[in-house]
Design a protein around this ligand. Structure first.
Ligand SMILES: CC(C)(COP(=O)(O)OP(=O)(O)OC[C@H]1O[C@@H](n2cnc3c(N)ncnc32)[C@H](O)[C@@H]1OP(=O)(O)O)[C@@H](O)C(=O)NCCC(=O)NCCS
Length: 196
């Protein structure tokens, strides 16, 4: 079951952890369509990443599962937190621009055991379906490889079938599942409640 809900009580959202071996062959980063450009990480781009993140997630289920993703201030907090972490990987942190507009974002962080963790990958709604999601995912994965990481991981909400299809397409496989609790009144989120 993907979601378990009790009226006025917490809702539990099923999430998957997926993993990819970065030592195995990895598809090349595809060329972007005409008019699109890669924007590598610079600290002055925190606001741009936060803006794109907010547009990507505010109307999605993950905006409920992770309330910070549903509003601009929360997205900025997340961005600042991510780029201050010791494992932050600028090489796996990218924007895609279309002319003057930023349209896609991803951040990469090495976790405590040295796996590259894909964070908050998103493409703004008007630009979906052009393989930009796939392209920015591969760009981040190659960035992890460049910094010597051997494995990539990510977590995805079980109902997010489009994202799961994209992750499976590049070779990510399910490793485990858990439920994340969202409290209705405060939308305070606990750590993963348990691991199945
Ligand atoms: C998931 C997301 C990043 C996909 O971005 P996108 O640029 O539209 O995806 P792409 O065009 O690169 O598609 C890559 C693959 O993903 C799958 N996919 C993506 N969108 C899909 C859709 N609407 N229907 C079916 N499959 C889809 C397909 O396998 C697709 O490959 P194909 O076109 O060769 O079949 C985008 O929908 C998004 O930003 N969603 C909201 C944020 C989010 O959920 N992020 C993931 C958090 S874990």
């Amino acid at each position: 079951m993907a979601t378990t809900s009790i009226p006025n009580q917490a809702t539990y959202y099923k999430r998957y952890r997926m993993e990819l071996d970065l030592v195995a062959p990895l598809p090349a980063v595809p060329s972007l369509p005409a008019g699109f450009a890669w924007i590598p990480w610079e600290e002055r781009l925190i606001d741009a990443h936060a803006d794109v993140k907010c547009q990507c997630f505010k109307d999605e289920l993950d905006g409920i599962v992770f309330p910070n993703l549903s509003n601009r201030a929360g997205c900025e907090r997340l961005m600042r937190d991510i780029c201050e972490r010791s494992g932050f990987r600028p090489q796996a942190t990218w924007l895609i621009a279309h002319n003057e507009i930023y349209v896609a974002t991803v951040q990469g962080v090495a976790d405590r055991v040295g796996n590259g963790s894909i964070q908050n990958l998103g493409v703004i709604p008007a630009y979906r379906g052009q393989h930009l999601g796939l392209a920015i995912l591969l760009q981040a994965l190659h960035g992890f490889r460049l910094t010597g990481l051997a494995k990539a991981t990510l977590e995805v909400t079980a109902q997010n079938e489009n994202a799961i299809r994209m992750y499976r397409q590049v070779g990510f496989r399910f490793r485990k599942s858990y439920y994340r609790m969202v409290e209705p009144a405060t939308y305070r989120i606990s750590d993963p409640a348990w691991v199945l």
